[in-house]
Design a protein around this ligand. Structure first.
Ligand SMILES: [Zn+2]
Length: 213
């Protein structure tokens, strides 16, 4: 294990534990992965995050080989396909965070009810079609919903959040949950007024230049 990979494994385990502390995880349902040379590292299935050690993360090689004591998260196909098809992505966080998952159970997207929806890359956060957890169909539906986006809901399941690195993907997962909670709260008292396509295009353009001005 190189020093660089060791540092990455430390950050992944910290992120996995932070999911519980921040409330975006439900039990052991969430998982975290990060791209490395020749493949990606992903949290194992069935191991509580509190007792995760550095060697417990599973190395999934691009040739399909696995290195590690435990089996990878059941959603390893989703993680693998994102790294194959989205070269800009360096990390993926998958959660069953409560408010976002509640919206996903309605099979609704998160519409442009708030300008920060654009953080995910477009005018809405789509909800992927339903498929059984851990299947290739789930991954295929998620990749379609992630087109041009850094996050999507998974129908009757949860959330997939992408980022350039672990912290970025984690922040995206938290943002989706915060937006879902606001959307849910707005729906309690009425139908939120949605921003139109022109306004969301303006916001997206501002986000693209944000921090460079
Ligand atoms: Zn899941």
């Amino acid at each position: 294990m190189t020093p660089g990979e060791r540092g990455l494994r430390v950050r992944m385990i910290e992120a996995a534990r932070r999911m519980n502390a921040s409330g975006i995880n439900q039990g052991r349902s969430g998982n975290v992965s990060a791209r490395v040379e020749g493949g990606f590292l992903v949290t194992p299935t069935g191991v509580p995050y509190e007792s995760l050690n550095l060697p417990d993360l599973v190395f999934m090689r691009r040739d399909g080989e696995r290195e590690g004591t435990y089996n990878p998260s059941s959603e390893w196909r989703l993680h693998r396909d994102i790294y194959e098809k989205r070269p800009e992505v360096g990390a993926v966080v998958h959660t069953h965070s409560p408010y976002a998952t509640a919206i996903a159970c309605l099979r609704r997207p998160i519409p442009p009810f708030h300008y920060e929806v654009a953080f995910a890359g477009g005018a809405d956060i789509r909800c992927a079609d339903y498929a059984t957890f851990g299947t290739q169909a789930l991954s295929d539906h998620a990749l379609a919903a992630l087109e041009g986006r850094r996050a999507c809901l998974l129908a009757n399941h949860g959330v997939a959040a992408l980022g350039s690195d672990i912290d970025d993907a984690f922040a995206m997962a938290e943002k989706v949950e915060a937006l879902a909670r606001l959307y849910w709260q707005a729906l309690q008292v009425g139908e939120p007024v949605l921003l139109d396509a022109a306004e969301m295009a303006t916001v997206l353009e501002k986000f693209r230049t944000y921090g460079r001005e």
